[in-house]
Design a protein around this ligand. Sequence first.
Ligand SMILES: [Zn+2]
Length: 99
Amino acid sequence: MPEKPKTLADFTKPHMVLNCMQCGRKGRYNVARLIERHGPDMPIRDFINLIGQSCCRWVNPTERQECGLGCSDLIYMFMPAPATDAFARKQDEEFQRRS
Ligand SMILES: [Zn+2]
């Protein structure tokens, strides 16, 4: 049975912070407002994808220029979703570079 995607209603914090380490984008979104606008059943992954439409690396990724857009909260709140895998990997690399 495929896992049900996490939706905006599943998000347990009042704000969702999205970061892109590649292009430096950063956004903070009020989750209650998002639910008002998109409905509680919108998968979080779809929302991240929606925001990603404004990043050229997200829309047109190449092997070396992948958009790193993701939400670090999701990694800890849920198991890594496909949309956050790349982001988690980037954070690991960042961590190892520093230590
Ligand atoms: Zn980006």
